[in-house]
Design a protein around this ligand. Structure first.
Ligand code: PHE
Length: 452
């Protein structure tokens, strides 16, 4: 079991960290976190989110890495192997299956939104937002997403980029992408935070909004949202990190590495908030604008600022990079499984998965135009429903099973051998994975259910 994965390996611990943070840092941090935090009143939501990251997220991330690194296979087969080596039922592979389904569902809407982002790189760059009114900014957005062909084209381009990178393999594709894109992303983000701090004149207001804890607005539903966001942003509950863990070298501590990834991801989310909210407040815009925050409010804000055309364009380039490095992890579980199952090449597997995601993604492409009146759950379009169901239900559910599996089912021989470098963190992790993480997710589910 100590041999390498047939899919390839990360060339170092640092490459694993870059790849996993590339997976974690994405639209979840830059598009979703600020608007969900804004809708849920800011500070109090943020604190619940942080608690979820540390008490639930990190333990589950560790669980995923351990299972993946032990078995060195796609999540479906990793669960089956880890279970049978622990004398447990191979049915545990259903958790892997659930993850593959979740990955398809997430990528199908994720790539649509990433397509919007690509288009916005050019729109911001062209200067159409310079000096315009709020209404025009909204019209530009509505006009764009209302045009089925344009949305379809950008979605297809984004998905094609993802498939091409994946098809090139772990070393020549995934690793090369994260090696260049992640450092650029971090650099651009720092530049933008400085830009917001220096030019907006409302930086402290943004800080205040994110960190002042007003618990009045908090409901169990917003706690569920915060927990779902924690799962989504750390790429947990669906096997992405398990798949990446399968390519991780043995000479790195699991808990230390997972904690670094989580800290990096959280840092990026908070920094995105510190770019977006000061700009929003500087222009007296609404912090609770919803999904449109990044596509209407923010371009509008950039349009009012010195250098907004360039910095706005840069901002969307950053978001696009973040989205690509997440998208390649969303399809990795399915691709790795197909390669193992069909004994086919990575190219063929990537193409098959890409076509399936493309077909499912049409539902989200149509959600803002020809199917904009089609609601699956109350008031939710196809796109919104995919987002809601995966984040708030499937990922946390997958997370419970993964934590229980790693904490209770996985043989202690396997655990001990994967955790030799973790010292006293190991018993702490075990306690969190066995008791706290599953119980916390279950309680939040239950309370949110009771309330609606
Ligand atoms: N973590 C990614 C983001 O924040 C999304 C993602 C979810 C990626 C699940 C992989 C698995 O954008």
């Amino acid at each position: 079991m100590t041999s390498d994965s047939i899919h390839g390996m990360w060339s170092s611990r640092l490459m694993f960290i870059l790849a996993a943070s590339g997976s974690a840092v994405g639209l979840g941090n830059i598009w979703r976190f600020p608007y969900v935090a804004g809708e849920n009143g800011g500070g109090a939501f943020v604190i619940i989110y942080l608690i979820c990251i540390f008490l639930i997220g990190i333990p589950i991330m560790v669980s995923e890495i351990v299972i993946g690194r032990f078995a060195r296979k796609s999540p479906i087969n990793a669960m089956a192997t880890a279970a049978s080596k622990s004398n447990a039922s191979r049915k545990w592979q259903l958790v892997g299956w659930m993850g593959v389904v979740a990955g398809f569902m997430i990528l199908s809407f994720y790539a649509v939104i990433a397509g919007w982002v690509l288009s916005y790189v050019f729109q911001l760059g062209s200067g159409v937002f310079v000096g315009i009114s709020g209404e025009s900014a909204e019209q530009i957005f509505k006009g764009f997403v209302g045009n089925v062909w344009e949305v379809l084209a950008w979605f297809t381009i984004f998905l094609a980029i993802t498939v091409v990178i994946s098809a090139r393999g772990v070393s020549a594709g995934l690793e090369v992408a994260v090696k260049y894109l992640m450092p650029i992303l971090f650099f651009l983000l720092v530049v933008l935070v400085i830009y917001a701090a220096v030019t907006s004149g409302h930086f402290l207001e943004g800080v205040n909004f994110l960190f002042s804890f007003n618990f009045e607005k908090l409901t169990w539903n917003s706690v569920l949202e915060a927990m779902g966001q924690a799962f989504f942003t750390l790429s947990l509950g669906m096997g992405a990190i398990m798949a990446y863990g399968a390519y991780m070298p043995k000479d790195a501590s699991v808990i230390g590495t997972a904690t670094m990834i989580a800290l990096m991801d959280t840092g990026v989310a908070l920094m995105s908030g510190l770019v977006i909210f000061p700009l929003v407040f500087a222009n007296s815009l609404e912090s609770s604008a919803g999904p449109g925050l990044m596509f209407i409010t923010l371009p509008l804000a950039f349009g009012q600022m010195v250098g907004g055309q360039i910095f706005g364009c840069v901002f969307f380039v950053l978001v696009a990079f973040a989205a690509v490095t997440s998208a390649i992890s969303l399809i990795e579980p399915a691709i790795a499984w197909l390669i193992e199952k069909l004994k086919t090449s990575r190219r063929v597997a990537a193409l098959i998965v890409g076509v399936c995601v493309w077909l499912l993604g049409l539902g989200s492409v149509f959600s803002t135009n020809i199917w904009s009146d089609l609601f699956i759950f109350d008031e939710m379009t196809f796109l919104d429903s995919m987002d809601y169901v995966t984040n708030n239900i499937i990922l946390p559910l997958g997370g419970i099973f993964i934590a229980i599996f790693a904490g209770w089912v996985l043989s202690s021989m396997i655990l001990d051998s994967e955790m030799t470098l973790d010292g006293w963190f190991y018993p702490v992790w075990k306690f969190l994975a066995r008791f706290i993480a599953p119980a916390a997710v279950a309680i939040v589910f239950f309370m949110a259910l009771l309330q609606v």
